[in-house]
Design a protein around this ligand. Structure first.
Ligand SMILES: Nc1ncnc2c1ncn2[C@@H]1O[C@H](COP(=O)(O)OP(=O)(O)OP(=O)(O)O)[C@@H](O)[C@H]1O
Length: 303
């Protein structure tokens, strides 16, 4: 498959009163699932719409395999997009909806049956769209995006409205598509969902880049706020031993001390050296969803 790298460079969209996307730059690699993460109103949809030539940027560029969407020779076979809960003619069956697209785009008719099977909708293929659940509509939207066997997939909040089983199915499908060498860019406002699905993360808030990297890199950069919980009958001695090492020590109000700026072995060593007895030594990992909210909420307030 040809290179499907996405490059967003200085991308900007100003509406009258809002900088929806503000000088945003990031890259998305083929063969990986990239989570595009940000709270509501962060600018995810606007960015994806600019990538797909549905909104004109105020400044900057977004390219797919080195070309702007508008310049792609065969856009429907290059990029498949699912932008919102799929809509279709209400009285049409799912399979006919896909066949109509095949006809208009010049795809072989049997692609409709193939992608219906890929998304697990074959048993419901001949049911009318108006009877489809939200989860089935999401699946049909993905099926439509896959018709052209595209190198690049762009999905805006595809897990919205899916039950846990549907979310697991979606995760497995997107990972399998990336494992075939495709570029998979998927937006979400839930870090927990992206931790399970994505290889890479691009986090934005108020239209600006907040973090980019592999999931591990981004998590590590957010986990620096890890603290050590420690209990000791010798609070004063331990506090002075730790503050001498530039750690911050705060009583947690429940008889324990919360120590920041030093790891758990460091606290243990400092206690041993100071002859302090320890009754508990626990690493408290931060709640990443909370860190994510803190990272992004402050920015959102600026708008
Ligand atoms: N056509 C428009 N006219 C004016 N403002 C807009 C328009 N489209 C988006 N915005 C504003 O731009 C900002 C970014 O919106 P966008 O929909 O891109 O965010 P999002 O991250 O996709 O959020 P959500 O998760 O809620 O869909 C918001 O403040 C939104 O109100």
């Amino acid at each position: 498959m040809s290179d499907g790298q996405i490059v967003v460079s200085g991308l900007t969209k100003h509406y009258k009163n809002v900088r929806a996307v503000d000088n945003l730059s990031f890259t998305v690699e083929p063969g990986r699932v990239t989570g595009f993460l940000g709270p509501n109103g962060a600018g995810k949809t606007t960015t994806l719409r600019m990538l797909l030539n549905l909104v004109k940027p105020t400044a900057g560029t977004a390219t797919i395999g080195g070309q702007r969407y508008a310049d792609l020779k065969d856009p429907l076979r290059t990029v498949g997009a699912v932008l919102e809960a799929s809509s279709a003619h209400k009285g049409r069956t799912g399979i006919n909806h896909l066949r109509v697209i095949c006809g208009a785009a010049g795809f072989p008719r049997q692609r409709a049956d193939e992608v219906m099977a890929t998304v697990g909708l074959t048993p419901a293929a001949k049911r009318k769209f108006k009877g489809y659940s939200l989860g089935m509509r999401q699946r049909l939207g993905i099926a439509a995006a896959l018709l052209g066997d595209p190198q690049v997939l762009v999905l805006d909040e595809p897990a919205n409205g899916l039950d846990p089983e549907g979310i697991r199915w979606m995760r497995d499908l997107l990972k399998a598509l990336a494992a075939q060498g495709r570029t998979v860019l998927v937006s979400s406002h839930l870090l927990s969902e992206m931790q399970l699905l994505a290889d890479d993360l691009v986090i934005i808030a108020a239209g600006k880049l907040v973090r980019q990297g592999t999931v591990t890199q981004v998590m590590d950069s957010m986990a620096h706020s890890a603290q050590v919980r420690v209990r000791t009958p010798q609070v004063e001695e331990l506090t002075s031993a730790l503050t001498a090492l530039k750690a911050t020590v705060t009583p947690n109000g429940e008889g324990a001390l919360m120590v920041a700026g030093i790891d758990a072995p460091g606290v243990g060593r400092a206690a041993l050296k100071a002859g302090v007895e320890l009754h508990e030594l626990t690493l408290e990992r931060p709640d990443l969803e909370r860190v994510f909210l803190e990272l992004t909420a402050g920015k959102a307030a600026i708008r």
